[in-house]
Design a protein around this ligand. Structure first.
Ligand code: FES
Ligand code: FES
Length: 169
């Protein structure tokens, strides 16, 4: 139910302008999942400690579970649902999404959307990262199933595919 404390917040989510009237202190993750139906970003800890909720904010991977939505006014948010749109015209799967499938990296899958966000952000600025650079980029993510090595290989595979296809970095 709307409250007198609600505030208008206008931001961009996956390329679309979104206008919300909501509690300004509400976490971005809650707005994404409950208002916009974008449930690919996951709630893990709610304490910015596991990475399950990671999204891109102005191109940088950021936690969304404790980020107050009012701080996102005028900013550009990309969730896992919009990641394919960064791969080039036509959308489809981002090369990293395809590479994760090819490496069979998923177990329960709970961590994967967050990992893909951070991996894609790395590849956008460095399409041929070293193993150490990949580990550093994924450092804020927990995976209780232990798929890290497969995810590292997927990032390397995606980088090679993007370089080979001439996909914009
Ligand atoms: S749910 Fe945001 S970091 Fe864990
Ligand atoms: S695949 Fe299960 S938590 Fe990562």
């Amino acid at each position: 139910m709307p409250s007198s404390a609600d505030t208008e917040v206008v931001l961009t989510v996956n390329g679309a302008r979104v206008r919300l009237v909501t509690d300004p202190t509400r976490p971005l993750l809650s707005v994404l999942r409950e208002e916009l139906g974008l449930v690919g970003s996951r709630f893990g800890c709610g304490l910015e400690q596991c990475g399950a909720c990671m999204v891109l904010i102005d191109g940088e991977p950021e936690f969304s579970c404790a980020r107050e939505v009012a701080t996102l006014a005028g900013r550009e948010v990309v969730t896992i649902e919009g990641l394919g749109g960064l791969a080039g015209p036509g959308g489809g799967l981002h090369p990293l999404q395809q590479a994760l499938l090819d490496e069979q990296a998923g177990q329960c899958g709970y961590c994967l959307s967050g990992l893909m966000i951070s991996g894609a952000a790395l590849l956008s600025r460095n399409p041929r990262p070293s193993r150490q650079e990949i580990l550093a980029a994924l450092d804020r993510h927990l995976c209780r199933c232990g798929v890290h090595n497969r995810v590292v290989r997927a990032v390397q595979r995606a980088g090679a595919a993007m370089a080979g296809a001439g996909t914009p970095a």
